[in-house]
Design a binder for this molecule. Sequence first.
Ligand code: BEZ
Ligand code: FE
Length: 309
Amino acid sequence: MTETSTTASGTGGISSEQQAVEQQLVETVIASFDKAEDPRLKQLMQSLTKHLHNFIREVRLTEDEWNKGIEFLTAAGHITDDKRQEFILLSDVLGASMQTIAVNNEAVKQTLDATEATVFGPFFTEDAPEIPIGGDIAGGAAGQPCWVEGTVKDTSGNPVPNARIEVWEADDDGFYDVQYTDGRVAGRAHLYSDEDGHYSFWGLTPTPYPIPHDGPVGKMLEAVGRSPVRASHLHFMVTAQNLRTLVTHIFVEGDPQIEIGDSVFGVKDSLIKTFDQQPAGTPTPDGRDLAAQAWARTRFDIVLAPAEA
Ligand code: BEZ
Ligand code: FE
């Protein structure tokens, strides 16, 4: 089908009279947006109409199925509030979030070789504490200590001093602090790169955990035999003057969930990092005394694209 065509595919076996009725409706609805003043809004609404009608016609949607779809969206609305966003979750599990990121970041990886982006997820908060370089983000969260270090550079290879690095992650039980009801702040912090663009901090070795699956999206995943589990990851958001803000994660090489599949399709090969296990007693980079505890270390060198990329 061409970009401008509105004819439905998959209508074989449907009489030409019936096809004409259906086609007439699509064209009438598309034309109803002709007078929209904003050309981009007009394009979005007309294209949405075309694809939605094409879907309905292609699958020969029953009225019962249409009702179930409306019930699903209604339930998603009811469970959504300022803490829970079921529609973003739906976008995530349909791959729509990652597709939007792909569409908007073509140059970042292909041309500029900057660090790739991935989904934001629902668990970022604005008010994470500041830590010094080498500080600890755990704030009492359970998990294996993990030393994370790297540099922030621009695409010409210049170090980026004073980049704001936000990091957040789930604890060993698979929960973010905001999922507990006791108001704790744990497993999150922000820090700034030094004059050479270096940063380091103590985090927790990431472990797999499920996206919130007690609502309509979780029910849908169950009905289609899909797992809600995400590959183990540590979130980053990096901002610096005149450079493009990077929202991404790093994933753990060897995590079986990468092969099984990440429930929101967020894994990119360039973001899979080695997390080297260090046996108990191995000296730590900053002299921290971890007593008899094993720990891990990883490196994530970040390249930020220009702001206009
Ligand atoms: C997360 O990374 O925590 C997440 C991402 C997308 C949907 C739900 C959770
Ligand atoms: Fe996450």
